[in-house]
Write a protein of this length. Structure first.
Length: 378
Protein backbone atom coordinates (compact mmCIF):
# COMPACT_ATOMS: atom_id res chain seq x y z
CA UNK A 1 0.00 0.00 0.00
CA UNK A 2 1.35 3.40 -1.00
CA UNK A 3 1.68 5.84 1.88
CA UNK A 4 0.87 9.40 0.91
CA UNK A 5 3.54 11.90 1.89
CA UNK A 6 2.34 14.68 4.18
CA UNK A 7 3.97 17.93 3.20
CA UNK A 8 4.48 21.12 5.18
CA UNK A 9 2.39 24.13 4.14
CA UNK A 10 3.25 27.81 4.51
CA UNK A 11 1.36 31.04 3.92
CA UNK A 12 2.19 34.48 2.55
CA UNK A 13 -0.22 37.35 3.28
CA UNK A 14 -0.05 39.98 0.56
CA UNK A 15 -0.83 43.70 0.62
CA UNK A 16 -0.62 46.19 -2.23
CA UNK A 17 0.10 49.76 -1.15
CA UNK A 18 -0.75 48.66 2.40
CA UNK A 19 -4.17 47.30 1.41
CA UNK A 20 -4.50 43.59 2.14
CA UNK A 21 -5.33 41.52 -0.93
CA UNK A 22 -5.27 37.93 0.25
CA UNK A 23 -3.34 34.89 1.40
CA UNK A 24 -1.25 32.51 -0.69
CA UNK A 25 -0.90 28.99 0.71
CA UNK A 26 1.97 26.86 -0.59
CA UNK A 27 2.65 23.16 -0.19
CA UNK A 28 6.38 22.53 0.26
CA UNK A 29 8.05 19.47 -1.27
CA UNK A 30 9.95 18.45 1.87
CA UNK A 31 10.79 15.07 0.36
CA UNK A 32 11.90 16.20 -3.10
CA UNK A 33 13.70 19.40 -2.11
CA UNK A 34 14.42 19.20 1.64
CA UNK A 35 17.03 21.97 1.82
CA UNK A 36 15.02 24.50 -0.15
CA UNK A 37 11.84 23.59 1.72
CA UNK A 38 13.43 23.91 5.16
CA UNK A 39 15.03 27.19 4.17
CA UNK A 40 11.71 28.64 2.98
CA UNK A 41 9.83 27.37 6.04
CA UNK A 42 12.31 29.01 8.40
CA UNK A 43 12.20 32.26 6.42
CA UNK A 44 8.41 32.21 6.65
CA UNK A 45 8.55 31.58 10.39
CA UNK A 46 11.30 34.13 10.89
CA UNK A 47 12.93 32.01 13.58
CA UNK A 48 16.47 31.69 12.18
CA UNK A 49 19.08 34.04 13.61
CA UNK A 50 21.98 34.90 11.33
CA UNK A 51 25.60 35.29 12.42
CA UNK A 52 25.14 39.03 12.90
CA UNK A 53 22.21 38.46 15.24
CA UNK A 54 19.39 39.42 12.88
CA UNK A 55 16.45 37.11 12.30
CA UNK A 56 15.98 36.20 8.65
CA UNK A 57 12.39 36.58 7.48
CA UNK A 58 10.25 37.08 4.42
CA UNK A 59 7.91 39.31 6.41
CA UNK A 60 7.84 42.83 4.93
CA UNK A 61 9.71 41.61 1.85
CA UNK A 62 8.58 43.10 -1.46
CA UNK A 63 7.96 41.49 -4.82
CA UNK A 64 10.66 43.12 -6.92
CA UNK A 65 9.95 41.55 -10.30
CA UNK A 66 6.64 40.85 -12.03
CA UNK A 67 6.37 39.67 -15.63
CA UNK A 68 2.87 39.04 -16.88
CA UNK A 69 2.27 35.59 -18.36
CA UNK A 70 5.55 34.41 -16.86
CA UNK A 71 6.23 34.82 -13.14
CA UNK A 72 6.29 36.87 -9.93
CA UNK A 73 9.50 37.08 -7.87
CA UNK A 74 10.45 38.07 -4.31
CA UNK A 75 12.82 37.01 -1.54
CA UNK A 76 15.68 39.51 -1.79
CA UNK A 77 15.68 40.01 1.97
CA UNK A 78 18.87 42.07 1.79
CA UNK A 79 17.72 44.79 -0.60
CA UNK A 80 13.94 44.56 -0.92
CA UNK A 81 12.46 44.41 2.57
CA UNK A 82 10.26 47.40 3.54
CA UNK A 83 11.41 49.22 0.40
CA UNK A 84 13.02 48.50 -2.96
CA UNK A 85 16.75 49.23 -2.77
CA UNK A 86 19.13 50.21 -5.54
CA UNK A 87 20.59 46.70 -5.63
CA UNK A 88 17.21 45.02 -5.99
CA UNK A 89 17.38 41.40 -6.99
CA UNK A 90 21.11 41.10 -6.28
CA UNK A 91 20.91 39.86 -2.71
CA UNK A 92 19.71 36.90 -0.73
CA UNK A 93 20.37 35.09 2.55
CA UNK A 94 19.72 31.49 3.49
CA UNK A 95 19.68 29.66 6.81
CA UNK A 96 22.77 27.65 5.84
CA UNK A 97 26.36 28.46 6.83
CA UNK A 98 27.49 28.46 3.23
CA UNK A 99 24.59 30.82 2.37
CA UNK A 100 24.32 29.47 -1.18
CA UNK A 101 23.06 25.88 -1.30
CA UNK A 102 22.80 23.19 -3.93
CA UNK A 103 20.05 22.58 -6.46
CA UNK A 104 17.36 19.95 -5.92
CA UNK A 105 14.41 18.61 -7.91
CA UNK A 106 15.40 20.18 -11.23
CA UNK A 107 12.21 19.13 -12.99
CA UNK A 108 9.59 20.57 -15.32
CA UNK A 109 7.80 23.92 -15.51
CA UNK A 110 5.15 22.60 -17.91
CA UNK A 111 2.51 23.38 -15.25
CA UNK A 112 1.82 26.68 -13.48
CA UNK A 113 1.98 27.93 -9.88
CA UNK A 114 5.24 26.14 -9.11
CA UNK A 115 7.36 27.60 -6.29
CA UNK A 116 10.99 27.67 -7.38
CA UNK A 117 14.33 29.08 -6.31
CA UNK A 118 15.72 32.00 -8.27
CA UNK A 119 19.44 31.68 -8.94
CA UNK A 120 22.38 33.10 -10.87
CA UNK A 121 23.66 29.70 -11.96
CA UNK A 122 23.94 26.14 -10.65
CA UNK A 123 23.90 25.72 -6.86
CA UNK A 124 23.49 29.44 -6.05
CA UNK A 125 20.20 29.30 -4.13
CA UNK A 126 19.63 31.67 -1.18
CA UNK A 127 16.28 33.28 -0.38
CA UNK A 128 14.98 34.59 -3.69
CA UNK A 129 12.06 32.64 -5.14
CA UNK A 130 9.52 32.89 -7.92
CA UNK A 131 6.14 31.45 -8.85
CA UNK A 132 5.52 30.80 -12.53
CA UNK A 133 2.12 31.93 -13.80
CA UNK A 134 2.41 30.41 -17.26
CA UNK A 135 3.95 27.16 -18.55
CA UNK A 136 7.67 27.87 -18.79
CA UNK A 137 9.44 24.87 -20.37
CA UNK A 138 12.53 26.97 -21.13
CA UNK A 139 13.24 26.81 -17.37
CA UNK A 140 13.15 23.02 -17.21
CA UNK A 141 16.17 21.62 -15.35
CA UNK A 142 17.50 25.05 -14.34
CA UNK A 143 15.72 25.87 -11.08
CA UNK A 144 14.86 23.97 -7.91
CA UNK A 145 11.10 23.40 -7.74
CA UNK A 146 10.27 23.00 -4.07
CA UNK A 147 6.56 23.64 -3.78
CA UNK A 148 3.26 24.49 -5.41
CA UNK A 149 0.45 26.93 -4.70
CA UNK A 150 -2.63 25.21 -3.29
CA UNK A 151 -4.75 28.23 -2.28
CA UNK A 152 -4.82 31.91 -3.17
CA UNK A 153 -4.26 31.74 -6.91
CA UNK A 154 -6.41 34.84 -7.36
CA UNK A 155 -3.96 36.73 -5.15
CA UNK A 156 -1.13 35.66 -7.44
CA UNK A 157 -3.09 36.88 -10.46
CA UNK A 158 -3.62 40.21 -8.73
CA UNK A 159 0.13 40.55 -8.21
CA UNK A 160 0.77 39.51 -11.81
CA UNK A 161 -1.60 42.21 -13.11
CA UNK A 162 0.26 45.08 -11.42
CA UNK A 163 1.76 47.81 -13.56
CA UNK A 164 5.55 47.70 -13.68
CA UNK A 165 8.39 49.99 -14.73
CA UNK A 166 10.95 49.26 -17.45
CA UNK A 167 12.81 46.95 -15.05
CA UNK A 168 9.66 44.87 -14.40
CA UNK A 169 9.51 46.28 -10.85
CA UNK A 170 5.92 46.83 -9.64
CA UNK A 171 5.03 50.50 -9.38
CA UNK A 172 2.83 49.75 -6.39
CA UNK A 173 4.33 48.32 -3.20
CA UNK A 174 3.53 44.58 -3.27
CA UNK A 175 4.47 43.32 0.17
CA UNK A 176 4.47 40.09 2.17
CA UNK A 177 2.91 41.58 5.32
CA UNK A 178 2.81 38.29 7.22
CA UNK A 179 3.97 34.72 6.73
CA UNK A 180 4.37 31.47 8.60
CA UNK A 181 3.41 27.81 8.71
CA UNK A 182 -0.14 27.01 7.61
CA UNK A 183 -2.13 24.15 9.11
CA UNK A 184 -5.28 22.57 7.71
CA UNK A 185 -8.31 24.45 9.01
CA UNK A 186 -6.56 27.81 9.21
CA UNK A 187 -8.14 30.73 7.37
CA UNK A 188 -7.49 31.68 3.76
CA UNK A 189 -8.52 35.35 3.82
CA UNK A 190 -9.15 37.08 0.51
CA UNK A 191 -10.35 40.62 0.00
CA UNK A 192 -10.79 41.02 -3.76
CA UNK A 193 -12.41 37.70 -4.67
CA UNK A 194 -15.08 35.32 -3.37
CA UNK A 195 -14.04 31.76 -2.62
CA UNK A 196 -17.58 30.63 -1.76
CA UNK A 197 -18.83 27.49 -3.57
CA UNK A 198 -22.43 28.69 -3.38
CA UNK A 199 -24.75 27.73 -6.28
CA UNK A 200 -22.20 25.25 -7.59
CA UNK A 201 -19.46 27.78 -8.26
CA UNK A 202 -16.49 25.51 -7.64
CA UNK A 203 -14.32 27.28 -10.19
CA UNK A 204 -11.07 29.15 -9.67
CA UNK A 205 -11.23 32.94 -9.71
CA UNK A 206 -9.34 33.11 -13.02
CA UNK A 207 -10.25 30.72 -15.85
CA UNK A 208 -6.62 30.00 -16.74
CA UNK A 209 -6.20 28.42 -13.29
CA UNK A 210 -9.26 26.16 -13.46
CA UNK A 211 -9.44 22.51 -14.50
CA UNK A 212 -13.03 21.61 -13.56
CA UNK A 213 -14.30 21.51 -17.14
CA UNK A 214 -13.12 20.97 -20.70
CA UNK A 215 -12.21 24.42 -22.02
CA UNK A 216 -12.44 23.18 -25.60
CA UNK A 217 -16.15 22.32 -25.20
CA UNK A 218 -18.19 25.46 -25.60
CA UNK A 219 -21.26 24.11 -23.81
CA UNK A 220 -19.18 23.31 -20.72
CA UNK A 221 -17.62 26.78 -20.67
CA UNK A 222 -21.08 28.35 -20.96
CA UNK A 223 -22.44 26.25 -18.10
CA UNK A 224 -19.51 27.34 -15.92
CA UNK A 225 -20.17 31.01 -16.73
CA UNK A 226 -23.86 30.54 -15.93
CA UNK A 227 -23.17 28.91 -12.55
CA UNK A 228 -20.86 31.73 -11.50
CA UNK A 229 -23.45 34.31 -12.54
CA UNK A 230 -26.13 32.44 -10.57
CA UNK A 231 -23.87 32.53 -7.50
CA UNK A 232 -23.88 36.31 -7.79
CA UNK A 233 -27.67 36.23 -7.84
CA UNK A 234 -27.84 34.16 -4.66
CA UNK A 235 -25.68 36.66 -2.81
CA UNK A 236 -27.71 39.57 -4.21
CA UNK A 237 -30.96 38.08 -2.86
CA UNK A 238 -29.42 37.91 0.62
CA UNK A 239 -28.21 41.52 0.22
CA UNK A 240 -24.58 40.49 0.45
CA UNK A 241 -23.72 42.99 -2.25
CA UNK A 242 -19.95 42.79 -1.96
CA UNK A 243 -19.89 39.02 -2.50
CA UNK A 244 -22.46 39.42 -5.27
CA UNK A 245 -20.28 41.99 -7.03
CA UNK A 246 -17.23 39.73 -6.82
CA UNK A 247 -19.15 36.80 -8.31
CA UNK A 248 -20.50 38.91 -11.18
CA UNK A 249 -17.00 40.23 -11.91
CA UNK A 250 -15.76 36.65 -11.98
CA UNK A 251 -18.61 35.63 -14.29
CA UNK A 252 -17.71 38.49 -16.65
CA UNK A 253 -14.08 37.39 -16.61
CA UNK A 254 -15.11 33.86 -17.66
CA UNK A 255 -17.50 35.08 -20.36
CA UNK A 256 -14.83 37.33 -21.87
CA UNK A 257 -12.38 34.43 -21.85
CA UNK A 258 -14.65 31.85 -23.49
CA UNK A 259 -17.13 33.76 -25.67
CA UNK A 260 -16.91 32.13 -29.12
CA UNK A 261 -17.19 33.77 -32.52
CA UNK A 262 -20.37 33.44 -34.54
CA UNK A 263 -18.85 31.24 -37.21
CA UNK A 264 -17.51 28.56 -34.87
CA UNK A 265 -20.51 28.41 -32.51
CA UNK A 266 -23.56 29.96 -34.22
CA UNK A 267 -25.98 28.49 -31.66
CA UNK A 268 -24.09 29.27 -28.44
CA UNK A 269 -22.57 32.64 -29.34
CA UNK A 270 -25.90 34.50 -28.85
CA UNK A 271 -26.31 32.82 -25.45
CA UNK A 272 -22.92 34.16 -24.35
CA UNK A 273 -23.86 37.64 -25.60
CA UNK A 274 -27.17 37.58 -23.72
CA UNK A 275 -25.43 36.38 -20.57
CA UNK A 276 -22.85 39.14 -20.86
CA UNK A 277 -25.58 41.78 -21.09
CA UNK A 278 -27.29 40.37 -18.00
CA UNK A 279 -24.01 40.49 -16.11
CA UNK A 280 -23.49 44.14 -17.10
CA UNK A 281 -26.99 44.95 -15.81
CA UNK A 282 -26.37 43.07 -12.58
CA UNK A 283 -23.01 44.74 -12.02
CA UNK A 284 -24.62 48.12 -12.52
CA UNK A 285 -27.40 47.32 -10.04
CA UNK A 286 -25.17 45.82 -7.37
CA UNK A 287 -22.79 48.78 -7.70
CA UNK A 288 -25.72 51.11 -6.97
CA UNK A 289 -26.48 49.09 -3.85
CA UNK A 290 -22.83 49.37 -2.85
CA UNK A 291 -23.11 53.14 -3.48
CA UNK A 292 -20.30 52.91 -5.98
CA UNK A 293 -21.97 55.06 -8.60
CA UNK A 294 -18.90 55.48 -10.77
CA UNK A 295 -18.74 51.70 -11.16
CA UNK A 296 -22.43 51.63 -11.97
CA UNK A 297 -21.83 54.18 -14.72
CA UNK A 298 -19.08 52.02 -16.19
CA UNK A 299 -21.23 48.88 -16.42
CA UNK A 300 -24.32 50.78 -17.59
CA UNK A 301 -22.23 52.23 -20.40
CA UNK A 302 -20.86 48.79 -21.28
CA UNK A 303 -24.43 47.55 -21.56
CA UNK A 304 -25.69 50.51 -23.60
CA UNK A 305 -22.75 50.11 -25.99
CA UNK A 306 -23.65 46.45 -26.59
CA UNK A 307 -25.23 45.17 -29.80
CA UNK A 308 -28.78 43.90 -30.27
CA UNK A 309 -30.29 45.31 -27.08
CA UNK A 310 -33.99 44.84 -26.43
CA UNK A 311 -36.17 47.78 -25.39
CA UNK A 312 -36.22 46.33 -21.88
CA UNK A 313 -32.43 46.22 -21.72
CA UNK A 314 -32.18 49.78 -23.03
CA UNK A 315 -34.71 50.94 -20.44
CA UNK A 316 -32.89 49.29 -17.54
CA UNK A 317 -29.56 50.62 -18.75
CA UNK A 318 -30.86 54.19 -19.05
CA UNK A 319 -32.57 54.03 -15.67
CA UNK A 320 -29.53 52.71 -13.81
CA UNK A 321 -27.21 55.13 -15.52
CA UNK A 322 -29.63 57.96 -14.81
CA UNK A 323 -29.77 56.97 -11.15
CA UNK A 324 -25.97 56.92 -10.99
CA UNK A 325 -25.76 60.37 -12.59
CA UNK A 326 -28.32 61.61 -10.07
CA UNK A 327 -26.27 60.37 -7.11
CA UNK A 328 -23.17 61.95 -8.64
CA UNK A 329 -25.08 65.26 -8.92
CA UNK A 330 -24.90 65.26 -12.70
CA UNK A 331 -28.52 66.29 -12.95
CA UNK A 332 -28.74 67.20 -16.63
CA UNK A 333 -27.27 63.85 -17.72
CA UNK A 334 -29.57 62.12 -15.26
CA UNK A 335 -32.65 63.85 -16.68
CA UNK A 336 -31.74 62.87 -20.25
CA UNK A 337 -31.41 59.19 -19.29
CA UNK A 338 -34.65 59.13 -17.30
CA UNK A 339 -36.46 60.71 -20.26
CA UNK A 340 -35.04 58.06 -22.60
CA UNK A 341 -36.19 55.39 -20.17
CA UNK A 342 -39.70 56.89 -20.03
CA UNK A 343 -40.01 56.85 -23.81
CA UNK A 344 -39.46 53.10 -23.66
CA UNK A 345 -41.70 52.66 -20.59
CA UNK A 346 -44.30 55.45 -20.81
CA UNK A 347 -46.42 54.07 -17.96
CA UNK A 348 -43.61 53.65 -15.43
CA UNK A 349 -44.60 55.83 -12.46
CA UNK A 350 -41.21 55.43 -10.77
CA UNK A 351 -39.47 56.95 -13.77
CA UNK A 352 -42.00 59.79 -13.89
CA UNK A 353 -41.25 60.52 -10.23
CA UNK A 354 -37.52 60.51 -10.92
CA UNK A 355 -37.95 62.98 -13.76
CA UNK A 356 -39.98 65.29 -11.52
CA UNK A 357 -37.34 64.96 -8.79
CA UNK A 358 -34.49 65.91 -11.12
CA UNK A 359 -36.46 68.75 -12.73
CA UNK A 360 -37.15 70.19 -9.28
CA UNK A 361 -33.46 69.90 -8.40
CA UNK A 362 -32.45 71.69 -11.59
CA UNK A 363 -34.99 74.43 -10.91
CA UNK A 364 -33.67 74.85 -7.36
CA UNK A 365 -30.16 75.21 -8.73
CA UNK A 366 -31.33 77.88 -11.17
CA UNK A 367 -33.02 79.79 -8.34
CA UNK A 368 -29.85 79.69 -6.27
CA UNK A 369 -27.86 80.96 -9.25
CA UNK A 370 -30.31 83.83 -9.79
CA UNK A 371 -30.16 84.72 -6.09
CA UNK A 372 -26.38 84.59 -6.16
CA UNK A 373 -26.09 87.02 -9.06
CA UNK A 374 -28.87 89.30 -7.85
CA UNK A 375 -26.57 90.35 -4.99
CA UNK A 376 -24.16 91.81 -7.52
CA UNK A 377 -26.77 93.65 -9.58
CA UNK A 378 -29.46 94.44 -6.99
Amino acid sequence: MKIETIHTNVFLDIAINDERIGRIVIELFDDLAPKASENFLRLCKGNHQSKNGNFLTLKNNLFHKVIRNFMIQAGDIENCSNEIGNDLGLGGLSIYDSNEFEDENLTSFETIHNLAMANIGPNTNTSQFFINTYPSPHLNGKHTIFGKVIHGKSTIRTIESQKVDDRSVPIAKVEIVDCGEWKEGMAIPVFNASYSNIAGDIFEEYPEDDDHFDKDKCIETFEACLKIKEAGGVFFKTKDYKESFLKYIKALRYVNEFIPDKDSEPELEPNFQDLKKKIYLNLSLVSINLKNFNNSLIYSNFLLDSDNLTDGEFAKGYYRRGLSYLELKKYQESLIDFQKCLRLNPNDKVVVQRIEQVENMLEDLKKKERQKYSKFFG
